[in-house]
Design a protein around this ligand. Structure first.
Ligand code: GLC
Length: 650
């Protein structure tokens, strides 16, 4: 049996007490080995967060027992996966990775309905499938399921938890990792914890930030942002009286609600909250979830006088959750959802915290480049903000279920002579078609005239010009995807965008959607667009054919995996260019040179700029070889992927 000398006495006893009689020695030894490795870290992190709080030791002992129970509950196939992934910890950085995201109800009706789409998803080449929140949630507006009433129950309209576990197994057999949200910053106000708090139970009142009057809310609101001002101003809502759900009589008390009034922030200053949520997390892990999308990570810790975002304790707690998984479900990875300043986004990414992160900067800057026909901000971001620690990966996406916010750094923009605030205003006007000649047909989201803040909702096709009938629309859609497919990391496709689905304005008339324009970019399964996908006379057919080709080429191009990226100065603000050093399938050292042109007319990389390259390159997208001696012409909104031998590079 592995030594556990570094696990402190009480915890050692708690572990042993949790062993069940039927647990095989070998399985128990595996658990003990992982506990010996990770428990000291977990304990240190929790003591750092909770200091001398007398509840910490007690909660730790409970947590350890929970870890042991969860491991013993873990199905054999998932334990085998744990071992396989421990042996191959960077499995998710392969160039064969391709993510897809969908809402089960909107795309397929139910979990059973989704199974009928699996052949198509496999044919696309997905290796990662994010099912948008599918847990029990309040009727009507539930923030698209981001208000969770039970982490252990699937929304009955979609199916059951048993069906989700079966689907996970089926996906696993098909080489597709299942991704679901772990919405751990808040619960819905109908979660049993919230209901008990409403009923006056002191234990569960302690799970939330409840204040007796406006004194503390006013003090916090001096420094926190308003996230959903359309729903309520500030970060607090009246705390209702009585256990009967929403709309009870106001008691004069207030509860923290960063997002909607029915999403109550959990109080992680209470160690019992961490332990309880770790239990919910492990429950999901044991259903066969491969990757947890850690929702709203920036908000989980609050401190008076600060923005209450990305505080050091938020990182410590994520690391503690990470340690929990390393002990009891090591196959599981975290993806951080931190849509914040780029300096902060990257702080969540490490093998000990979140191994994977959305790349909101790249996403926003692709759209910025297309609107301004100026790729310099994107080029600069690739040069200075693309690097990640070893063993981690970006998730690169063209757009998500959410709005697009312009999260680039003001200082980065200033270096290029770009006034950040004026540029954001331009982008907002451009993408909601309030700018002369705009090709975009987006919709404003959380337009806040008081702060001047605004974000953009819209599908890829509608934002890129296809809805407006702009001649460059199809090529812009392909260009945006070609960037996400060539910068490394896991490319993530919003399903339906591959057949150029347009905005769905009717979705705003559905129950609970009226106040949230993001529903415009969450259309139901676009059956008509899918039916046209082989018809090359339609934008759906053109986007589908173009994208399928890009996907096939990426799958055959190992250099496009990983994260190594070297910027290439093409000496033209409309040209974004970079090299992806690596190895070709035959093992030779190569570099793939990527050049994209965001302008509306062809641009040329001149011969002098290319003089460090060999005279010929393998053209990965068009096939054959391409002479470079006379320069490289890149068509309007065009993309070039060229492979050159590495030792030819100057
Ligand atoms: C994340 C989700 C968003 C949701 C919010 C609150 O940002 O992406 O859709 O509104 O968290 O849970």
């Amino acid at each position: 049996m592995a030594a556990t000398t570094d696990v402190t006495g009480d915890l050692h006893d708690a572990i042993e007490a949790a062993r069940r009689p039927g647990t095989a020695d070998a399985d128990w030894a595996t658990f003990r080995r992982r506990a010996a490795r990770e428990l000291p870290r977990l304990e240190r992190l929790l003591r750092q967060v909770y200091g001398d709080d007398p509840r910490t030791g007690e909660q730790l002992a409970l947590l350890v027992a929970q870890l042991a129970a969860s491991w013993q509950d873990r199905p054999a196939d998932l334990r085998a996966l744990d071992a396989a992934r421990e042996a191959d910890p960077t499995w998710f950085t392969s160039h064969r990775m391709l993510g897809g995201v969908l809402y089960v109800d909107r795309y397929a009706g139910t979990l059973a309905g989704l199974r009928e789409h699996l052949p198509y998803l496999r044919e696309l080449g997905l290796t990662y499938l994010h099912l948008m929140p599918l847990f029990r949630a309040p009727e009507g507006n539930s923030d698209g399921g981001y208000a969770v009433s039970s982490y252990r129950e699937v929304d009955p309209a979609l199916g059951t938890m048993a069906e989700l576990a079966e689907l996970a197994a089926e996906l696993r057999a098909a080489g597709i990792a299942l991704v679901v949200d772990f919405i751990f910053n808040h619960t819905s106000d109908e979660h049993v914890w919230a209901q008990r708090a409403k009923a006056g139970d002191p234990e569960h009142l302690g799970y939330y930030h409840v204040f007796p009057d406006r004194t503390m809310p006013d003090a916090y609101e001096r420094t926190v942002r308003e996230i959903f001002p359309d729903d309520h101003p500030g970060a607090f809502v009246p705390f209702p009286d009585g256990p009967d759900g929403r709309g009870g009589t106001a008691t004069g008390r207030w509860v923290w609600a960063t997002f909607h009034r029915f999403q109550w922030d959990l109080d992680y200053a209470n160690p019992a909250v961490f332990r309880a949520m770790a239990g919910e997390m492990l429950f999901l892990a044991n259903q066969g979830v491969d990757l947890l999308r850690m929702d709203a990570v920036a908000f989980i810790w609050k401190r008076l006088g600060t923005a209450c975002e990305s505080l050091p304790e938020a990182h410590l707690l994520l690391q503690a959750f990470n340690a929990v998984c390393r002990i009891a479900a090591p196959a599981v990875l975290f993806k951080s959802e931190a849509i914040v300043h780029p300096d902060e986004v990257v702080q969540y990414v490490s093998p000990e915290e979140c191994q994977v992160s959305y790349n909101p900067l790249q996403m926003a800057l692709v759209w910025s480049s297309l609107a301004s026909r100026d790729g310099r901000l994107l080029q600069q971001a690739l040069a200075r903000r693309h690097a990640l620690p070893t063993g981690t990966s970006w998730v690169d996406y063209v757009r998500s279920h959410d709005d697009i916010g312009w999260t680039f750094s003001d200082e980065d923009a200033a270096e290029l002579g770009i006034d950040a605030s004026a540029h954001r205003q331009f982008l907002n006007r451009f993408y909601v078609d309030r700018f002369p000649g705009s090709f975009a047909r987006g919709v404003p989201f959380q337009d806040n005239p008081r702060t001047g803040d605004c974000r953009i909702a819209g599908t890829t096709a509608s934002l890129a010009g296809i809805e407006a009938g702009d001649a460059g629309g199809v090529d812009r859609v392909l260009l945006a995807h070609a960037v996400t497919l060539s910068t490394g990391g896991i490319p993530l496709l919003y399903l339906g965008d591959e057949v150029a689905q347009l905005n769905d304005h009717a979705a705003l008339a559905e129950p609970g959607h009226a106040e949230d324009t993001r529903w415009v970019n969450r259309p139901r399964y676009p059956a008509a667009a899918y039916a046209r996908r082989e018809d090359l006379t339609t934008p759906s057919g053109q986007v589908f054919a173009g994208l399928r080709h890009l996907l096939a080429v990426r799958r055959a191009t190992p250099e496009l995996g990983g994260n190594a990226l070297v910027p290439f100065d093409a000496h033209d603000p409309a040209l974004v260019a970079y090299q992806r050093p690596g190895r070709a399938p035959d093992g030779t050292a190569t570099t793939v040179l990527v050049v994209v042109n965001v302008a509306d007319e062809p641009r040329t990389v001149d011969a002098l700029t290319l003089s460090g390259l060999p005279p010929w390159a393998e053209d990965l997208l068009d096939g054959g070889v391409r002479p470079l001696g006379g320069g490289l012409v890149v068509p309007a909104h065009g993309v070039v992927w060229l492979r050159v031998a590495h030792d030819c590079l100057g």
